[in-house]
Design a protein around this ligand. Structure first.
Ligand code: ADP
Ligand code: MG
Length: 270
């Protein structure tokens, strides 16, 4: 929290959101993928959008980062509209996107992937400092710095994708399903680092996930997305206690008989 945010808090004011979407719609040709999505992300926070496969999570992030233009609605980043800007212009304003499936450059070395993340920057000292910082978060990337990124494991590629986004020195990172295809252990490790990045660097994060359990533990505020619409929102502490969220997104149900909670396998879970 900076001084201005602290002063706002004392006065009981909500700080202005870093990111605000209002009634955003996006489509693939005739197919509407998101339908009137409104959400906001407070500065310095982690927000999450939860939803099943096909709900529209990736579409929301692509629309924010300029990969896809919205057909309706507004998108404001730090108070200014970014709808319709090129992805490169949006990165320059301080917003980085870690895409679904990592998308590292497989034939470039780990180090060169990181430098690609910093291509909009001219502050060489800052770039060198941030390179050290990401090696601190993910020491394996330093060990593999000279290797082709395509030779890394899935978990290491996810670490590289997050690190590449950090190399742009963003104020906001969009993170698309970091848990996808990773073991529970690796997922836990990566989420811990994501939370550290948020706490230590003050980077605001918007995370989309099917893994509601991990996301609700890491994030401050959450939205639930179904068929392209937000159907619920609350603090993550409150969402964790809601019965329908527990049942549908956490696979958890009160058994009733002995008052014990039973864990059941989710059908739509990946
Ligand atoms: N490139 C595309 N062309 C056409 N339809 C798409 C494309 N990408 C996604 N969709 C459709 O848009 C909807 C939302 O997809 P997506 O945003 O990828 O969901 P999620 O990330 O939550 O799994 C789905 O119905 C999906 O089939
Ligand atoms: Mg997706």
């Amino acid at each position: 929290m900076n001084l201005a945010q602290g002063a706002d808090k004392l006065r009981g004011l909500q700080p202005a959101p870093v990111l605000a979407l209002a009634n955003v719609e996006s489509a693939y040709g005739p197919v509407k993928a998101i339908r009137g999505v409104s959400l906001s992300v407070a500065p310095g926070s982690i927000a999450t959008v939860l939803g099943a496969n096909g709900a529209g999570k990736t579409t929301i992030l692509k629309t924010i980062s300029g990969v896809l233009d919205p057909t309706r609605g507004s998108i404001a980043f730090k108070g200014a509209s970014i709808a319709g800007l090129d992805p490169a212009q949006i990165v320059r304003r301080g917003l980085s996107h870690v895409p679904e499936g990592r998308e590292v450059f497989p034939l470039l070395s780990v180090r060169d992937n990181l430098l690609m993340g910093a291509y909009t920057r001219r502050d060489r000292d800052g770039v060198a400092r941030d390179m050290e910082a990401v090696y601190g978060y993910f020491p394996v990337l330093r060990e593999r710095a000279g290797q082709d990124a395509g030779l890394l494991s899935g978990g290491q590629q996810q670490m590289l994708a997050i690190s590449r986004a950090l190399m742009a020195a963003p104020e906001l990172i969009l993170l698309d399903e970091p848990s996808l295809g990773l073991s529970p252990k690796l997922t836990k490790d990566i989420f811990e680092i994501v939370v550290r990045i948020n706490r230590e660097r003050g980077t605001t994060i918007l995370l989309v996930e099917q893994n509601a359990n991990m996301a609700l533990n890491a994030a401050d505020y959450g939205y639930v997305l179904e068929n392209g619409r937000i159907v619920a929102e609350d603090t993550c502490a409150a969402l964790r206690e809601k019965d329908d969220i527990k049942e549908f997104y956490l696979g958890m149900k009160d058994s009733g008989v002995r008052g014990e909670r039973r864990w059941k396998k989710r059908k739509t879970w990946r």
